[in-house]
Ligand binder design. Structure first.
Ligand SMILES: [Zn+2]
Length: 621
């Protein structure tokens, strides 16, 4: 009944031009051991029966079903080592986000994790043999999650069990790793098997057709997950390398024999073997998870009824913006919490809160690095071993988002050294911002809507090739993501100074506009998200001052050029303005070297007249 085992595949190690080794990117592959067709038939029959019974009883759960997880953490015999409580809370909080659409939220059973202090198991956990050693540890009223330091098979990353009326089927074994991978992929995937989800590419029930015609009986038995040829013997190249980029896309071309139809698997599905930048499950998979829960609730060898811990709600939850990020703080009255789950909503409606992260016991702060930009956001939290006891709700208006970097610019000096727009030097030898992100107070003055300006961006070093994307918040709504706001991308990665042209759309109204430049180094792709997470590189924000809108500077009355009241924009025309004269306008003597008046272009309408006084100078530029 083992659902899966995991392999590690190390991609080619990248070496920087400085001779230092960049971090390895580990790819965890899941090699499946599926049920036999006979076992699968029995299990599907049992699930269908449980669902039919539930419908007959009209006992379908409404709202949220809280499912207890008993955490077991392997440590050395002396009690050292092992998975941290902070990560333990954080990864289940992230997992909760993926299970909300199924009406499932996990909480921890107990007030502390079960610590398995055993040097031998800590050094090497062997599926099968080691399981019998820890079998007495299983709670009979919860799912049992074991946090493994190392499997005896060094390529194994984790496995779990499909539903069965056996307490062992409640076990998942997770090799500890990054919060991002465990919370967004590995644990949601293994718990998917726990609730009867099958790999999208499974063939033990037959090959799913591209048309989906046999989707109810073949593949993963779910009809809204397209056929996925990963690992099929007839397509030896179908695998994780077919998916790249962010948003992730499936790049390989495999066609179905007989129909010539092309396979288009989802590159982001949690039950696939892909490693995308975002992860999801389909409505069909969520229905199957709900049915899997219903089936497990009929089992008698164990239950999912471990009680919630009666924890006192935290109070005084408040939010502040610190270094551009939402920082929560609260007062912790508890002595029996296993940690806290933090939830966020953009409406404040209780039904809309979604788990976004977790912290360990006695923590009193949390930084939300992924709050939506320029929005009012609401927060609340609960003890992670409680199903209620919510804190007060607090809200705060978030600032414009900022990108973040895992490694930034400092280690290899892979950043932006200088920026010039319209021959104005905005920064020069600016070095590396500590976080990889800086906001400059430098303003590019008097740019004009409807015109284009040359820019040049120089790298700090000319060794590591970089890619650049530039955005401008032309409509000033706090977001760089509106149509037309991405204004430049490098055509290829380069070690040279990047030059190009920045066009201000004619519709931009006068005033300040934020400009964002994101550079990435050692990347196959241009930055695509103005608020995204990157590895190496640097981002810088500047301000553009848009001086006027072309072709709307007109006269409204007779008078001297230098009188603001003469002009439709209630100011004297500036460099870059296209001016239309419909009245009698006099140009007074110039105060050299300043001319009497400036404009980009002048149109004299019928009835309009421009009279030069002696010494009057008009400069067109
Ligand atoms: Zn799996």
């Amino acid at each position: 009944m083992k659902a899966g085992w995991w392999l590690l595949l190390f991609v080619a190690t990248l070496r920087s031009a400085w001779g230092q080794v960049l971090p390895d990117t580990a790819r965890i592959l899941c090699g499946t051991v599926s049920l036999t067709p006979a076992q699968r038939k029995l299990l599907e029959g049992a699930a269908a029966q449980a669902v039919a019974q539930r419908q007959a009883d009209a006992s379908a759960p409404t709202g949220i079903t809280y499912v207890p997880i008993r955490p077991h953490i392997l440590r050395r015999s002396d009690g050292t080592g092992g998975y941290s409580l902070t990560s333990l809370n954080n990864v289940i909080a992230l997992t909760n986000r993926y299970y909300k659409p199924a009406g499932i939220q996990f909480f921890f059973a107990g007030t502390t994790p079960d610590y398995v202090d055993d040097d031998a198991l800590y050094a090497s956990f062997e599926s099968g043999a080691s399981e019998s050693v820890i079998a007495t540890r299983n709670a009979a009223n919860a799912l049992n999650l074991y946090y493994i330091q190392a499997f005896s098979n060094p390529g194994m990353g984790g496995y779990s069990y499909f539903p069965a009326n056996d307490v062992r089927s409640t076990q998942s074994f997770i090799r500890v790793g990054s919060d991002d991978d465990l919370g967004n992929r590995l644990i949601p995937h293994e718990l998917g098997h726990i609730f009867n989800l099958i790999h999208t590419f499974d063939t033990s029930n037959g090959y799913e057709q591209v048309s989906g015609g046999n989707c109810k009986s073949a593949g993963d038995l779910v009809c809204d997950t397209p056929a996925d040829p990963t690992g099929w013997p007839q397509f030896p190249d179908a695998g994780p390398d077919c998916v790249s980029g962010c948003p992730s896309v499936y790049n390989c071309t495999f066609t179905e024999s007989g129909t010539n139809a092309q396979y288009r698997p989802s590159p982001t599905n949690i039950m696939s073997y892909f490693f995308p930048c975002t992860h999801d499950l389909t409505p069909g998979q969520y229905r199957r998870i709900m049915d899997g829960l219903t089936l497990r609730q009929t089992h008698t060898a164990y239950s999912l009824t471990a009680p919630s811990t009666d924890a006192a709600p935290v109070t005084d939850l408040s939010a502040a913006i610190v270094s551009g990020q939402v920082t929560l703080s609260w007062t912790d009255w508890n002595s029996n919490e296993m940690g806290y789950f933090i939830e966020r909503s953009v409406t404040g409606n209780p039904a809309d809160f979604v788990c976004i992260g977790g912290v360990g016991p006695n923590a009193t702060t949390f930084v939300d690095g992924h709050a939506p930009s320029a929005t009012t956001v609401f927060y609340r939290l609960r003890s992670s071993n409680s199903t209620g006891s919510w804190s007060n709700v607090t809200s705060i208006a978030t600032p414009v988002c900022r990108p973040d970097y895992a490694y930034g610019c400092q280690r290899y000096l892979t950043g932006i050294g200088g920026v010039t727009i319209d021959s104005r030097v905005l920064s020069q030898n600016s070095g590396c911002a500590a976080s990889g992100f800086s906001q400059s107070a430098t303003v590019v003055p008097s740019l004009t809507a409807g015109r284009s300006y040359p820019f040049a961006i120089s790298p700090i070093n000319r060794v590591n090739a970089m890619r650049l994307t530039i955005w401008a918040d032309f409509n000033r709504n706090g977001s760089f993501s509106d149509p037309g706001e991405q204004v430049y991308q490098t055509p290829a990665s380069t070690t040279a100074v990047v030059t190009g042209s920045l066009t201000i759309p004619p519709t931009v109204s006068p005033g300040r506009v934020s400009l964002r430049i994101i550079s990435v180094a050692v990347s196959a792709d241009n930055p695509t998200d103005p608020c995204g997470s990157y590895e190496y590189g640097e981002a810088e924000d500047y301000q553009l001052a848009i001086g006027s809108i072309s072709d709307v500077v007109k006269t409204v009355q007779n008078g001297p050029w230098t009188d603001p009241a003469v002009w439709s924009v209630n100011r004297v025309p500036a460099t870059g303005d296209a001016v239309t004269i419909e009245h009698v306008i006099s140009l007074p003597p110039a105060q050299q070297p300043t001319p009497s008046g400036q404009a980009r272009r002048i149109t004299i309408s019928p009835g309009g007249k421009l009279i030069y006084a002696s010494g009057g100078v008009l400069r067109l530029n």
